[in-house]
Design a protein around this ligand. Structure first.
Ligand SMILES: Nc1nc2c(c(=O)[nH]1)N[C@H]1C(S)=C(S)[C@@H](COP(=O)(O)OP(=O)(O)OC[C@H]3O[C@@H](n4cnc5c(=O)[nH]c(N)nc54)[C@H](O)[C@@H]3O)O[C@H]1N2
Ligand SMILES: Nc1nc2c(c(=O)[nH]1)N[C@H]1C(S)=C(S)[C@@H](COP(=O)(O)OP(=O)(O)OC[C@H]3O[C@@H](n4cnc5c(=O)[nH]c(N)nc54)[C@H](O)[C@@H]3O)O[C@H]1N2
Ligand code: SF4
Ligand SMILES: [Mo]
Length: 884
């Protein structure tokens, strides 16, 4: 091939549910940029999307299958999968087999999994990590609208004159949508954020309701009462398009009789509650966006319905700029729901109890029957594995040893399970460690198919790279197993387009307008048509062949009588078993630059610079009360579970509550699993775990020493430390270490550093020790130990020494002294695009910069993707002592 550029490929970002269009130039060898023509992002990308190119490559990939710990050829591994399923079905029945899927699969993968499990193996046990993510919103939609359908589109977030965001940190988790919300700022437009902590998103808020965790239903019940008492209802809409208003209002009056009661129950200033209610009543164009602070709750479904009740009561559903809007998390959370990938659904928006659905789906799939009832939801599914009722589980594109609550129990379940099959694109995760059979899955850039974003927009993910090693797309791996199980005829797909056509046809099968999910207009797409498919918002049916932006605009819903349902909401607060009535409430969530369990985003050093280790955000009063200090380590303990992280003292938190990130796991930290701090408590309707409320003791980590160790990789771990946290850097690996044991440094250091030391500096009176291995002038590894963590030097310049071909004597001495003379330390990176750190920003402010524009002029920070703007603003306001 000549050097002629391969034409750019348009695809979709594999991270969040915003679903931005991405252009990969030059077969992935070129830079990745935003697709100007994609309706979700119009060319913009956040820092995660913009770094996608750096996550490609074979490093860390699972390239070969493994069976019982030994490398295997792929056909033999697929034989082993089929044999395990066949054997288990023969001995224990189909229900002994389960599939645990993911909103990160493509729709085509999901469709094949659902068909194979429910239609052919005939196990009902197919659930997905969407259970932990969106199942409360799904259940709320079904209760209110009769179908799991999001009425709104992204434009509504801009059109709204009042934007309410509840339980959503969109600035970090839906960054491009957040940019759109921000750009829509105008005279008269207001934003209300409802969240127990201040976040980057509250920067946009005209009103932040820092409510007591779990009390959202009280707040929205109170709103319904207020609307009824202040002529705020749309009585005609309620009369003509809804049912159940009377009972719902009566229940709301019991739960939240007046604003005084709401203010006390939610622990909010009464005036703020009144303001919110007045704004809501006065603003016809109101959108309420909600996410995990709503869904991941023991009252998640009720929280969703409490919000929807207020929108129905004001006729604000499916209107321009007026709707409830569930912001989905994963790139294909929606696609999974569309194929029926949740255990309580059957297929294509049909439930097991939808009249005629089982026979219809069986006929369509040309099988003699489907599984005969709903299967187990995620948390219960893993309990069934624990008990031994489920004996074969196939886990695909999710990392349940990290993401399910009470992870020790989940790990024990996986250890007990006779056959654990894991398909992943990454070799070493906390879950692949339990796999009996490991299948190499094709990753982003290699896969072809579709995903559906938060606004029901179906977009193509397109391949632009060859398959790595033996990796294959998930739909292909499952179809191969189906052939081996004797179901070959039903799985004769040879392209994802063939799978998509079948899925589209099923959505239209006997539909006649009864199911809002109908994409039958796409059932006849040719392979070329599929390749060229432009983003389209479902439904895409005979009536709406080009898609539809909003649903339910005419007030016609999917219930048998066409009316939406008000749902009476009682108060149900977060709970924990009494035995663990410990002092701190633990809230868990996301950070800007990492994606979930870090399998992909941690491959990019620049995404680990914003937050580089596990942390605990604590209110300053608690820091003081519990004898902690900002920047030191602390441990949260719940039963056997421990989480150790660096304390970030911040009044963003409410006293008595802490926030920890969900990302770190056993690949990246000694004790970084947030899910050890949350119990197996679920919402009774949706089965979604209460991931935002745990209880734990918070104590200082008794560190005698703190250390930083940097080694050229790969290196086996030779050190012992009570605390460690790992970050891969460009030229080396970096570990934060700390220990409570006394260490004889001169004796141990050479073992820790992997060989004889060339440079040593020891100052026992200050608890200070430094040693380096330098071979032929090249830095191999370095250890810096200090009794006080703040005296350890910043990692960025230490890491830069690994890039040098040879160190001068002067440089070696500087290294051990821990002082950087070459370049001033930047501190934690705030702007990942231009690598601008905390220290530089502080310095710039000290030199007179008093606005983000001034910072941008001085440092360029915030001028590319904009993900860091909320933090820049917050740093500025903090330093200047006033809002900017
Ligand atoms: N950078 C990044 N972006 C992501 C992801 C990621 O891993 N990293 N993951 C994606 C996925 S799958 C998802 S689901 C989304 C999630 O997106 P979000 O829902 O925005 O994420 P979280 O940080 O989990 O939680 C949101 C907020 O809920 C608040 N909260 C906690 N308890 C309550 C409560 O009782 N009431 C209210 N009103 N709020 C509460 C928390 O303080 C937190 O700020 O993000 C997506 N985007
Ligand atoms: N405490 C607490 N727990 C939570 C949450 C919380 O806020 N707090 N949030 C919950 C939510 S909303 C979510 S969505 C989950 C997320 O939790 P998980 O789904 O467990 O996390 P990921 O890291 O996204 O796991 C995806 C896995 O799939 C692999 N993978 C990526 N692409 C492919 C592919 O194409 N094919 C295959 N076969 N594998 C692939 C990745 O390498 C990775 O191992 O966590 C949930 N758990
Ligand atoms: S906003 Fe979400 S979809 Fe868009 S680039 Fe960022 S992570 Fe990807
Ligand atoms: Mo999620």
């Amino acid at each position: 091939m000549t050097e002629a550029a391969v034409s750019p490929i348009r695809t979709t970002c594999p991270y969040c549910g915003v679903g931005c269009g991405v252009v990969a130039a030059n077969g992935g060898a070129g830079p990745v940029s935003g697709d100007n023509d994609h309706p979700a992002n119009r060319g913009r990308l956040c820092v995660k999307g913009a770094s996608l190119g750096e996550t490609l490559g074979s490093h860390g990939r699972l390239l070969k299958a493994r069976v019982d710990g030994c490398e295997s050829e792929l056909p033999a591994a697929l034989d082993a999968v089929a044999a395990a399923i066949q054997d288990s079905v023969a001995k224990y029945g189909p229900s002994s087999v389960a599939f645990y899927l993911s909103g990160q699969l493509l729709t085509e993968d999901y469709y094949v999994a659902n068909k194979l499990a429910k239609g052919f193996i005939k196990t009902p046990h197919v659930d997905t990590n969407s259970r932990l993510c969106m199942s409360s919103a799904v259940a709320a939609h079904k209760r209110a609208f009769g179908a799991d359908a999001v009425p709104a589109c992204y434009e509504d977030l801009e059109l709204a004159d009042l934007l309410v965001l509840s339980g959503s940190n969109a600035a970090w988790n839906h960054p491009i949508l957040y940019q759109r919300m921000k750009t829509a700022a105008r005279e008269g437009r207001r934003v209300v954020v409802i969240d127990p902590r201040a976040t980057a998103t509250t920067e946009l808020a005209d009103l932040h309701l820092k409510l007591k965790p779990g009390t959202d239903t009280v707040l929205f019940n109170g709103l319904l009462v207020w609307l009824a008492d202040h002529q705020g209802l749309d009585s005609e809409y309620i009369r003509d398009h809804c049912a159940g208003f009377g009972d719902t209002l009566a229940e709301a009056r019991i739960a939240a009789p007046d604003t005084a009661s709401v203010a006390i129950q939610c622990d909010l200033p009464r005036a703020d509650v009144d303001t919110f209610y007045q704004w809501f009543a006065a603003t016809p164009r109101t959108v309420t966006g909600f996410s995990q602070g709503v869904n991941q709750s023991v009252a998640g479904t009720d929280k969703g319905n409490a919000i929807i009740n207020c929108h129905l009561a004001t006729g604000r559903v499916g209107q321009p700029g007026a709707s409830p809007f569930s912001l989905t998390g994963q790139p294909n959370a929606m696609g999974g729901r569309e194929v029926g990938g949740l255990a309580n659904t059957l297929a294509a928006h049909m439930d097991y109890d939808t009249p005629g659905a089982q026979a219809r789906v069986a006929k369509f799939w040309q099988t003699d029957g489907v599984a005969d009832g709903p299967g187990l939801k995620a948390v219960d599914l893993f309990e069934a594995i624990y008990r031994g009722d489920i004996r074969v589980v196939w886990i695909m594109a999710t990392n349940p040893a990290v993401s399910l609550p009470d992870t020790d129990r989940v790990r024990e379940a996986l250890a007990r399970c006779p056959t654990v099959i894991v398909s992943d694109c990454v070799a070493n995760t906390d879950t692949t460690a339990f796999a009996d059979i490991l299948l190499p899955a094709a990753g982003w850039g290699e896969k072809d198919g579709t995903v559906t974003n938060s606004e029901r927009c179906i977009s193509r993910q397109r391949a632009f790279l060859p398959l790595a090693g033996d990796a294959r797309p998930d739909w292909w791996l499952m179809s191969e197993v189906a052939w081996r199980l004797g179901f070959g005829e039903a799985f004769g797909f040879n392209t994802p387009a063939a799978v998509f056509r079948e899925h589209a046809a099923l959505s239209g099968c006997d539909n006649n307008g009864t199911r809002v999910f109908d994409i039958s207009a796409l059932a006849e797409l040719s392979d070329q048509g599929f390749d060229a498919l432009s983003p389209i918002q479902w439904p895409a049916s005979e009536e709406a062949p080009h898609g539809q932006a909003r649903l339910f605009t005419a007030g016609q819903f999917c219930t048998p009588d066409g009316r939406a349902r008000f749902i009476p909401i009682q108060t149900r607060l977060p709970r924990e078993s009494p035995a663990t009535a410990l002092p701190m409430i633990v809230n868990t969530g996301r950070i800007r630059d990492q994606w979930h369990t870090m399998t992909r985003t941690a491959r990019t050093p620049r995404l680990l610079q914003h937050r580089s280790e596990p942390f605990i955000e604590v209110h300053p009063e608690d820091v003081e009360r519990l004898g902690l200090s900002n920047g030191a380590l602390a441990t949260l303990t719940r039963n056997q579970g421990r989480f150790t992280g660096r304390v970030r003292s911040t009044d963003a938190q409410r006293p008595g509550e802490v926030f920890v990130p969900i990302h770190w796991n056993q690949q990246f930290a000694s004790e970084g699993l947030a899910t050890q701090l949350t119990a197996r408590i679920t919402d009774p309707v949706s089965g979604q775990p209460e991931s935002k409320f745990g209880l734990a003791d918070l104590t200082p980590f008794p560190a005698r020493w703190h250390g930083r160790l940097l080694c050229r990789e790969p290196q086996p771990r030779r050190w012992q430390a009570g605390y460690w946290s790992y970050a891969p850097l460009a030229e080396c690996g970096s570990w934060w270490l700390a220990g409570s044991e006394r260490v004889d440094w001169p004796r141990n250091a050479s073992q820790w550093l992997g060989g004889p030391l060339q440079q040593v500096m020891s100052d026992p009176t200050n608890g200070c020790f430094r040693a380096a291995r330098i071979v032929d002038g090249r830095l191999i590894s370095i250890l810096l130990v200090d009794a006080r963590p703040e005296r350890l030097p910043a990692v960025d310049w230490l890491a830069s020494c690994f890039a040098l071909k040879s160190l001068s004597d002067e440089q070696s001495r500087t290294l051990l002294a821990g002082r950087d003379i070459a370049r001033e330390a930047t501190g934690a990176i705030i702007c990942s695009c231009f690598q601008v750190g905390e220290r530089q920003i502080e310095k710039s402010v000290a030199n007179g910069a008093d606005s983000v524009e001034a910072l941008a002029a001085a440092l360029k920070c915030g001028t590319n993707c904009g993900s860091c703007l909320p933090e820049l603003k917050s740093m500025l306001s903090h330093s200047l002592g006033k809002a900017v």
